[in-house]
Design a protein around this ligand. Structure first.
Ligand code: IPE
Ligand code: IPE
Ligand code: MG
Length: 255
């Protein structure tokens, strides 16, 4: 960072995994991440795609710890989409196996760090084992409130909106406002993302948080997800801190 660049953080105090961490000004309250690029990461190394997903799972655990250190209240990650079932059967099976193994370990870590876990998405198509594991960890972590990680599994933004409409209808169609409709989303009780990060080079949303990201700042990076480390998070947050969020109003310099 150049000397005249705005400080990423207020007082830099603790060194964590090679990146500076501290109490901060203007850290996004909620960061959403499309964890993309695992397959290409593996291909570059002549490894099977599953090895990329394994590295991606490690990157997720590191990201959760780092965001907690930074004071990000909510981290929402896209782990498996409603469209990812289209992938070859062996890749889907590999991802499911990894989810069972790595999620268990990640969840243990998160319990140690007192992180509250929520799962967004319909777990019905998953194995009994995976579903039970997800439900248990959601229940067990309900007692924590400081840092929150939301894992999107079998998640699709359009699917979420259709389900919200179904829940609203099942509620007897109460008078509808944006706020009430939003409360039927998976994360209906949490604030919308401030920053959406997509590593992996693609510049699209791929059906992620269509409702919630109405005013999220977008950050796209060519770095593949398994390589998206603490320094990359710092860069994304620094870019966010340079943005002026107007929410449809005039800019602060124009009033
Ligand atoms: C994202 O990485 C992980 C999942 C979608 C499960 P990809 O597997 O999409 O990696 P690329 O985009 O092929 O590199
Ligand atoms: C988005 O990545 C889904 C996840 C990261 C879980 P994809 O790799 O599935 O997205 P597309 O196919 O490139 O749009
Ligand atoms: Mg991809």
């Amino acid at each position: 960072m150049g000397s005249d660049a705005p400080r990423l953080r207020g007082e830099q105090s603790e060194d964590f995994c090679g990146a500076k961490v501290s109490a901060s000004l203007n850290i996004p309250r909620h960061i959403a991440v499309i964890m993309d690029g695992n397959g290409r990461w593996a291909k570059k190394r002549g490894l099977p795609r599953t090895a990329g997903h394994t590295a991606g799972a490690d990157s997720f655990r590191r990201a959760a710890r780092y965001c907690r250190k930074l004071g990000v209240e909510y981290l929402t990650v896209y782990a498996f989409s409603t469209e990812n079932w289209k992938r070859p059967e062996d890749e889907v099976a590999g991802i499911m196996g990894l989810l069972e193994r790595y999620l268990r370990q990640a969840l243990r870590d998160m319990e140690k760090e007192k992180i509250r876990i929520r799962i967004f998405g319909d777990l019905a198509p998953f194995s009994d084992k995976l579903r039970t594991m997800c439900q248990e960890c959601v229940e067990r972590s309900k007692v924590y409130s400081g840092a929150n990680v939301n894992i999107c599994l079998n998640y699709g933004g359009r699917d979420e909106i259709v389900r919200a409409a179904q829940k609203w209808a099942a509620d007897g169609c109460p008078a509808l406002t944006e706020e009430r409709f939003g409360s039927y989303m998976w994360g209906g009780d949490i604030p919308d993302p401030d920053l959406l990060i997509r590593p992996g080079g693609e510049k699209r949303i791929s059906n992620f948080l269509l409702w919630e990201c109405a005013y999220a700042e977008m950050y796209f990076s060519d770095v593949l997800w398994p390589d998206f480390d603490e320094k990359q998070f710092d860069k994304a947050i620094e870019a966010y801190q340079h943005r002026e969020r107007r929410f449809g109003d005039v800019g602060s310099g124009l009033t």
